[in-house]
Design a binder for this molecule. Structure first.
Ligand SMILES: Cc1cc2nc3c(=O)[nH]c(=O)nc-3n(C[C@H](O)[C@H](O)[C@H](O)COP(=O)(O)OP(=O)(O)OC[C@H]3O[C@@H](n4cnc5c(N)ncnc54)[C@H](O)[C@@H]3O)c2cc1C
Length: 299
């Protein structure tokens, strides 16, 4: 018996920032780790596939939706300071903070700020949860969240285990997990930092985002990864794609690596626009762009 919320035929357009995507057969919100383990046992007994998500800020769900279950970890939102004694000492009078996968990035930064800790202010403006940020190695200004992460608590093969980040493979917008791994918690290594200094970091980040990323329409942030040493938006501009539209999906006029829902877009519009942009960029520069956005659902 699952204690959490279960919704059937739940439109994924309600759970993604692009506001597109057909229904998930089941949308499950487990209460805690034991509930999640019960849910997974039930799903695997019936051979039902599943996908863990955060807040859907980096997800493009196809129009036919998702066969199987979507698992939201929104209830896993606990944040706490953890004793240094259990982990390698941190120089500069820092401390470890453990955050549940469902905690918002900004809540973690604020929690740390209130305790005179910091160093991860760059995630404050990245919309989404700790689980999504860890999975994507989300980052900004050349920094990635995994550089500030000591350990991850994963649910792997039905068991809860802690992994040192140094034992995992990660890089730009990439974390090498095994299929079926669910991030339950992340342990961040933080430095002592005046609250004012963190406030300044948050304010500068939000100002920069307001001036450069304020596309004013639903998006998933940068749609494509930056190819090594190049900026995807420059390649898209060079290919003349700024403002290009397919149905309701459009290359933003404000930031050409943002594909936006200009009104009534379908997932198929985004997929066709993405293909159009990739073809144009390849023709002009010979570079094959790769989607940063995760594309999921029934083809
Ligand atoms: C306006 C805007 C600005 C953005 N700016 C940035 C930016 O500056 N930098 C940046 O990196 N990103 C940016 N993004 C993209 C997005 O915010 C990040 O990728 C974010 O980390 C996604 O978090 P989420 O919780 O919404 O994850 P989701 O989109 O729900 O999921 C992302 C991926 O992680 C997986 N996942 C989520 N939770 C778990 C879990 N607990 N266990 C296992 N897998 C999981 C999902 O299956 C999916 O593959 C931006 C998006 C928007 C809309």
């Amino acid at each position: 018996m699952i204690r959490g919320r279960l919704l059937y035929d739940e439109p994924m357009s309600l759970h993604t920032s692009l506001k597109v995507g057909g229904p998930a057969d089941l949308y499950a919100v487990p209460e805690d780790s034991a509930d999640l383990q019960d849910l997974l046992k039930w799903l695997s007994a019936d051979d039902i596939p599943w996908l863990a998500i955060g807040r859907g800020y980096n997800l493009l769900v196809r129009d036919k939706g998702i066969r199987g279950a979507v698992i939201s970890l929104e209830r896993f939102n606990r944040i706490e300071v953890v004793s240094n004694e259990d982990y390698p000492p941190i120089e500069t009078a820092g401390a470890y903070v453990r955050a549940g996968a469902g905690a918002d990035n900004l809540s973690v930064v604020r929690f740390a700020q209130e305790r005179g800790l910091g160093g991860i202010g760059f995630i404050s403006g990245i919309p989404g949860t700790v689980g999504g940020a860890i999975r994507m190695n989300a980052g900004a200004y050349g920094k990635g969240i995994l550089e500030h992460t000591q350990c991850l608590t994963l649910l792997r093969d039905g068991a809860v285990r802690e992994f040192c980040i140094s034992d995992l493979d990660y890089g730009y917008r990439h974390l090498g997990l095994e299929a079926g791994d669910i991030v339950l918690e992340a342990l961040f290594r933080l430095q002592a930092r005046e609250a004012d200094q963190t406030e300044d970091e948050i304010r500068k980040d939000l100002e920069l985002r307001r001036s450069k990323h304020n596309v004013g329409l639903p998006s998933a942030g940068s749609f494509f990864k930056n190819p090594s040493g190049q900026a995807a938006w420059k390649l898209i501009d060079a290919a003349g794609m700024r403002g290009t539209r397919v149905g309701g999906a459009m290359v933003s006029e404000v930031h050409s690596n943002f594909l936006v829902n200009a009104g009534g877009a379908s997932a198929d519009d985004f997929l066709r626009l993405s293909a159009t942009v990739k073809n144009a960029v390849f023709r002009i520069s010979g570079v094959t762009l790769q989607e940063e956005v995760r594309i999921v659902g029934d083809e």
